[in-house]
Design a protein around this ligand. Structure first.
Ligand SMILES: *[C@@H]1O[C@H](CO)[C@@H](O)[C@H](O)[C@H]1NC(C)=O
Ligand SMILES: *[C@@H]1O[C@H](CO)[C@@H](O)[C@H](O)[C@H]1NC(C)=O
Ligand SMILES: *[C@@H]1O[C@H](CO)[C@@H](O)[C@H](O)[C@H]1NC(C)=O
Ligand SMILES: *[C@@H]1O[C@H](CO)[C@@H](O)[C@H](O)[C@H]1NC(C)=O
Ligand SMILES: *[C@@H]1O[C@H](CO)[C@@H](O)[C@H](O)[C@H]1NC(C)=O
Ligand SMILES: *[C@@H]1O[C@H](CO)[C@@H](O)[C@H](O)[C@H]1NC(C)=O
Ligand SMILES: *[C@@H]1O[C@H](CO)[C@@H](O)[C@H](O)[C@H]1NC(C)=O
Ligand SMILES: *[C@@H]1O[C@H](CO)[C@@H](O)[C@H](O)[C@H]1NC(C)=O
Ligand SMILES: *[C@@H]1O[C@H](CO)[C@@H](O)[C@H](O)[C@H]1NC(C)=O
Length: 404
């Protein structure tokens, strides 16, 4: 009798310890929340896309992103120069020591560099400036919190864009012009392109804001962020709210994808430039937690959440970045957090598309519903060769460290 009651007591203790462990170290089958689910206001998202760019060696392995290659002639680009995006303008500089060190293998800070060389390139007799663009492969994002760790170039004359995009009338935008940086401040151009009319040129009143943040954003790494829920679109810098819109008639109605761009067309009204030096935008991460418009992804979430009882304990709170993300001289636990890097926690099992794709060696990237992966995989195979060609054609691009 005594033994069996001791046993059932022990069983209860073990059970509650297990429950506690799952609360602290739980996996995230039911999603990711901004604020805790016990807070007065919170938002839950079912899917995630996390890219720790300080770890990426071969960018072509990262099937979450599709580097763009296109050209806009000077007339279409609205500048004295045309715009051309190239794979060679996307240069990874992975950390020497992944566990602690922010230093990249090429020197400087680890991360992914998006380059805008100072010199123009002649294509079909016209002058173009080279830039870089990454589009997320996931094109099914509807509501979410979208975050990027970045450090801008110190050279005036480029535009860094980080935005969610469906079309020109459904877009949530941040644009940062390097000519709008001074020793103490950086201007953030925040725009909501709305379904009721109003893109760049004819933005509706209340859909465009210029916010000054008290940093020279080319000096260290910061985080830009925007959250989109049914009731608000809110922009943040280093975790501090900078602007919000709550008129939901202005919000996007269809799903879209993320875009990261670094470019110049020499137009003094916007990007300015060309930059007087080789300009590098440094990206250390993207963290996106979002809902999917894809019925299959919705069902996957439902199945994995119901399998563990559909409990709030299986919703993981997304840590809020407070202040600039820190890398130098910090302990591992103080580096920016990624659920998908947290192997002890095993939080994102069977949830991330990138992992699945790597396992199946890229096959899934070309599949229906997740963009034009096959084309990108093909382009990626020649990227080393193209980089060499780029070096020969554009000898001033001597390597990543000449870009700042
Ligand atoms: C999170 O909580 C803060 C207040 O602490 C609130 O301003 C914000 O809107 C909340 N976010 C969401 C997505 O509910
Ligand atoms: C990386 O840094 C950690 C912490 O300082 C250290 O323990 C480890 O030996 C380093 N690894 C390498 C390969 O240098
Ligand atoms: C911003 O900081 C960088 C790095 O310290 C420096 O090179 C640059 O000149 C600064 N920009 C301005 C406008 O002061
Ligand atoms: C730097 O930019 C901020 C924001 O635009 C502005 O208020 C400030 O006067 C500028 N500082 C200098 C020295 O021009
Ligand atoms: C995202 O989808 C989940 C599952 O359908 C839902 O519970 C949640 O409220 C949605 N999030 C937002 C911000 O609407
Ligand atoms: C919301 O935006 C629409 C479209 O511009 C406008 O007609 C409406 O008056 C706005 N509502 C509020 C409460 O401002
Ligand atoms: C991964 O998720 C899919 C979709 O819900 C499910 O069919 C599959 O069984 C899961 N795989 C594992 C190993 O849990
Ligand atoms: C992660 O969790 C899944 C499901 O419980 C399990 O199958 C898998 O082996 C775990 N992986 C690791 C590395 O612990
Ligand atoms: C790039 O432009 C600068 C300034 O016009 C010029 O001095 C330099 O020779 C150019 N470099 C190349 C490789 O064309």
């Amino acid at each position: 009798m005594a033994l069996s009651s001791w046993k059932s007591w022990a069983f209860l203790v073990v059970l509650s310890l297990l429950r506690l462990a799952s609360r602290v170290n739980g996996v995230c089958e039911c999603g990711y929340s901004v604020n805790s689910t016990s807070d007065p206001e919170y938002a839950v998202f079912t899917d995630l896309l996390e890219s720790d760019f300080t770890r990426i060696k071969n960018f072509e392995d990262d099937t979450d992103w599709q580097p763009q290659v296109w050209e806009l002639d000077p007339v279409a680009a609205l500048g004295p120069y045309g715009r051309a995006t190239r794979l060679q303008a996307i240069v990874p500089n992975p950390a020497v020591n992944l566990s602690i060190n922010s230093k990249g293998i090429y020197g400087g800070h680890a991360g992914l560099n998006l380059l805008v060389p100072r010199n123009y390139t002649v294509i079909k007799g016209e002058k173009y400036l080279i830039g870089a663009e990454l589009d997320s492969t996931r094109n099914d994002m509807f509501y979410g919190t979208f975050r990027i760790g970045y450090r801008t170039t110190k050279w005036p004359g480029t535009c860094f864009g980080f935005y969610w995009y469906h079309d020109d009338n459904q877009e949530i935008d941040i644009e940062l012009l390097s000519r709008q940086i001074n020793a103490t401040h950086t201007l953030l151009n925040l725009v909501l392109h709305t379904p009721v009319g109003g893109s760049n040129l004819d933005a509706l009143p209340g859909t465009f804001e210029v916010a000054a943040i008290p940093y020279n954003s080319s000096a260290e790494i910061h985080e830009l962020r925007f959250d989109w829920t049914p009731t608000a679109i809110t922009w943040y810098h280093d975790g501090q709210q900078v602007w919000t819109i709550s008129n939901a008639t202005l919000f996007p109605l269809e799903p879209g994808h993320l875009v990261i761009t670094h470019w110049s067309n020499g137009n003094s009204l916007w990007s300015g430039g060309p930059p007087e030096g080789n300009a590098a935008l440094l990206l250390t991460y993207v963290k996106a937690y979002f809902n999917s418009s894809d019925v299959q992804r919705q069902m996957d979430h439902e199945v994995r959440c119901q399998a563990v009882g559909g409990s709030d304990d299986r919703i993981c709170e997304i840590p809020t970045q407070k202040g600039p993300p820190r890398y130098d001289g910090v302990k591992v636990g103080e580096l920016p957090y990624f659920f998908s890097n947290d192997q002890a926690r095993n939080a994102t099992f069977n949830q991330t598309v990138y992992e699945d794709v790597k396992k199946s060696e890229g096959e899934k990237a070309g599949g229906a519903g997740y963009g034009h992966g096959a084309g990108w995989a093909q382009a990626a195979q020649c990227s080393v060769a193209l980089w060499m060609v780029f070096l020969v054609l554009m000898p001033m691009v001597g390597g990543v460290m000449r870009f700042v």
